[in-house]
Write a protein that binds this ligand. Structure first.
Ligand SMILES: Nc1ncnc2c1ncn2[C@@H]1O[C@H](COP(=O)(O)OP(=O)(O)O)[C@@H](O)[C@H]1O
Ligand SMILES: [Mg+2]
Length: 446
């Protein structure tokens, strides 16, 4: 079988080094030069779009920004082997490279022998593309309590994701008895999940194209293909967990992102979707009943030895001046908060009642930006501010903050240091005591 060549990207500002890299790569038959650029920003975009397997990165010019970008690549595109080079020597730079996911570090000036040696060393890792690279990601929006905002988040996030990746996104209504997506976007589906499930043997990209309802948002170019819930209540039971599995797998093969809106019931269909998901956005709110139900769920996930790394806690209807702080929530749930979506009842309700996305409301700009930033964070597309920082010498690079997938620095939701202790100590300790009381009772019960 003919082996496909390994695509290589060069991010290099120095002309001589670039020429050396290009010539050396050209001399290694299994490598093919995908592109060369002197810009970290375009380098990252090339990684995102073209998925090179090997990246040569000059760290000399912009060490912090280069490391920042490497961190982001290793987080979102872990199959990419990065080889950095620079004039720095000593253990600190090696540690920094390792921490950023860079596999090897070459001291400049580069020579062809080093490049051959480093390629030989990592050749085994640079085998053919993993099949999984070719399929999309499934992202479920779940909470084990109704009315917390799952559908609001699923719909607006799907549109934002499509806007930022500039490709259509699939949106599936797995709330099979009481789905709301068609109402939220005021659409009439041609077919529902029941039809697709019945015809699953014939379902391919062309079938999906004609049978899914399309929603196109002229304002931002977002395009979402919707798999609607059954028209009749009694049909919900017809859909089996196996069919849910098959439908999501087919969609994943055609779309870069499949967003799944769920019910609050942990039945086998929901569990199937959660199992198949690459990310589960676990929606909660900052109040005792919601935190309590989230705690129960995380407890269950723990007992099931569920992969908690993919569970991303999203606090909806967040209010910065809430008595219970994000830190309280994190401490109580022992789980990092991934994102906060501000409370804005008039905007969300108007959007729902008019059957349009938040992006189309004049008053919805701030909330829409939140969804766009969330979409960027989930898809690994640089946040607007750090994209411009990578382009602007001297400006601080925000963004890549991989640990627990927290929002990037500079995000509108990063709590300012100054407000870290808004509530008085007494008020705060009462709330924390209350939280702990409720939760310890709950643990005893469970
Ligand atoms: N960020 C928000 N700010 C204010 N209200 C919200 C927000 N998100 C959701 N809501 C309100 O919460 C209610 C339930 O939202 P919905 O998305 O239907 O939740 P779920 O799908 O979890 O049942 C809706 O009436 C909606 O207006
Ligand atoms: Mg809902």
């Amino acid at each position: 079988m003919a082996q496909s060549r390994i695509p290589v990207l060069i991010i290099e500002q120095d002309g001589h080094a670039r020429e050396l890299l290009c010539n050396t790569i050209a001399a290694i038959p299994v490598l093919s030069l995908l592109a060369e650029t002197d810009s970290l920003f375009y380098g990252y975009e090339l990684v995102r779009h073209n998925r090179p397997r090997l990246v040569f990165l000059n760290l000399n010019e912009q060490l912090d920004k280069g490391l920042d970008m490497a961190r982001r690549i290793s987080r979102y595109f872990p199959d990419t082997v990065m080889v950095a080079s620079g004039n720095y020597t000593g253990p600190d730079i090696l540690r920094a490279c390792m921490e950023a996911g860079i596999r090897d570090y070459l001291i400049r000036p580069l020579d062809a022998e080093d490049i051959h040696r480093v390629f030989a060393k990592h050749q085994a890792m640079l085998g053919p593309h993993d099949e999984r690279d070719q399929t999309g990601r499934i992202l479920s929006v779940f909470s084990n309590k109704g009315g917390l905002g799952k559908t609001t988040i699923a719909v607006n996030l799907a549109l934002s994701l499509s806007e930022v990746i500039r490709k259509p996104v699939a949106l599936v209504d797995l709330n099979l008895q009481l789905g709301d997506i068609t109402t939220f976007l005021d659409i009439e589906p041609k077919q529902t999940i029941v039809d697709i499930a019945r015809n699953i043997g014939r379902v391919d990209a062309a079938y999906l194209e004609t049978s899914l309802a399309q929603y196109h948002c002229n304002a931002n170019g977002a395009q979402v293909y919707i798999l609607a819930d059954p028209l009749h209540l009694e049909e919900a039971e017809e859909v089996t967990a196996e069919q849910v599995n098959a439908v999501l797998t087919v969609l994943k093969a055609s779309f870069e992102y499949v967003i799944v809106d769920t019910t609050s019931t942990l039945d086998t269909k929901t569990l199937t979707a959660l199992d198949l998901s690459d990310d589960v956005l676990l929606v909660s709110m900052v109040n005792l009943p919601s935190i309590r139900s989230t705690q129960r769920l995380l407890g269950l996930f723990n007992r099931l030895e569920y992969n908690l790394d993919k569970v991303k806690l999203v606090l909806n209807r967040y209010m910065a001046n809430d008595e219970i702080t994000v830190e309280d929530v994190e401490e109580t749930l022992e789980h990092a908060v991934f994102w906060k979506i501000p409370n804005n009842y008039p905007v969300v309700m108007t959007a729902i009642n008019r059957g349009i996305p938040i992006a189309l409301l004049d008053g919805g700009k701030a909330l829409d930006k939140t969804f766009r930033e969330l979409a960027r964070q989930l898809s690994g597309i640089l946040p607007e501010e750090s994209a411009s920082a990578l382009n602007t010498a001297g400006a601080p690079a925000g963004g890549a903050n991989g640990s627990h997938g927290r929002p990037p620095n500079g995000s509108p939701f990063t709590k300012p240091e100054a407000s870290a202790d808004v509530s008085s100590q007494t008020g705060k300790s009462i709330i924390l005591r209350l939280l702990r009381n409720v939760l310890s009772k709950n643990t005893q019960k469970a």
